[in-house]
Design a binder for this molecule. Structure first.
Ligand SMILES: Cc1cc2nc3c(=O)[nH]c(=O)nc-3n(C[C@H](O)[C@H](O)[C@H](O)COP(=O)(O)O)c2cc1C
Length: 209
């Protein structure tokens, strides 16, 4: 599908058709868009939890302020951001670059030192803001890929942080849910699909200089 058609057809679904499940093939295409996402310094300070088990989705319902999407979706993706990036994580990253690109680790040393110094200087608050920003790039790519795969989505920040982290069994000193994305297929009863898109006109949104 043409990507502008896909973006026009997508909307944030409020109620999915609970009978329609996203195929494994479509799911993996969409997830590949997350894997290929760009991230600051290439550090990918996140992981994705894909909730496909119906009982687990049920358990998550109380974590959401509006349960209509979560109780009808096919899958829920929780994008989990890291709260700390230490020397071990950075070391693994550089080993990975060295192996993947077949370059000596030593040649990467100046870059590794500068990244380590930079990450060490971040306060916990700066770290959270930085890591969460990277998660939203993943979110955007997931939503875009899903639209092209004709899979419907709803991005959701409307959840209780402690509850969702707890249900997903996260070690909260190390990570937290940054944002979630419900996947599925729109219900015919979802009236939101008939609403016109509300977007700023080009002249208000873009300035050419
Ligand atoms: C980061 C983010 C968080 C959102 N959180 C919620 C949410 O918790 N619940 C919800 O119903 N919609 C949520 N939305 C959907 C927005 O309200 C929606 O994208 C916006 O109104 C534009 O409408 P559209 O996506 O249908 O085109 C969220 C969207 C984004 C991008």
């Amino acid at each position: 599908m043409n990507y502008l058609d896909a973006l026009n057809k997508r909307y944030s679904v409020k109620k999915f058709d609970p009978e329609k499940k996203v195929s494994t093939e479509a799911l993996f295409h969409i997830l590949e868009a997350a894997r290929l996402s760009a991230s600051s310094l290439g550090l990918q300070p996140y992981r994705l939890i894909i909730v496909q088990n119906a009982e687990m989705i049920e358990k998550l319902i109380p974590a959401f302020y509006n349960p209509s999407q979560i109780s009808t979706c096919s899958h829920l993706i929780a994008i989990v951001s890291k709260k700390k990036i230490g020397s071990e994580y950075i070391g693994n990253y550089f080993n990975h670059i060295s192996e993947t690109r077949a370059v000596p680790l030593e040649s990467l040393n100046p870059f590794q030192v500068s990244i380590s110094n930079h990450m060490e200087r971040l306060t916990p608050e700066q770290m959270t803001i930085w890591a969460d920003k990277q998660c939203y790039i993943v979110l955007g790519n997931l939503m875009f890929a899903a639209a092209i795969e004709k899979v419907d989505t709803c991005p959701m920040e409307g959840y209780k942080q402690e509850t969702i982290d707890d249900i997903l069994g996260l070690e909260v000193t190390k990570e937290k849910v940054a944002v979630t994305l419900a996947l599925g297929y729109r219900s015919e009863e979802d009236e939101f699909q008939n609403f016109k898109k509300v977007r700023k006109p080009t002249e208000k949104l873009f300035k050419f200089i």
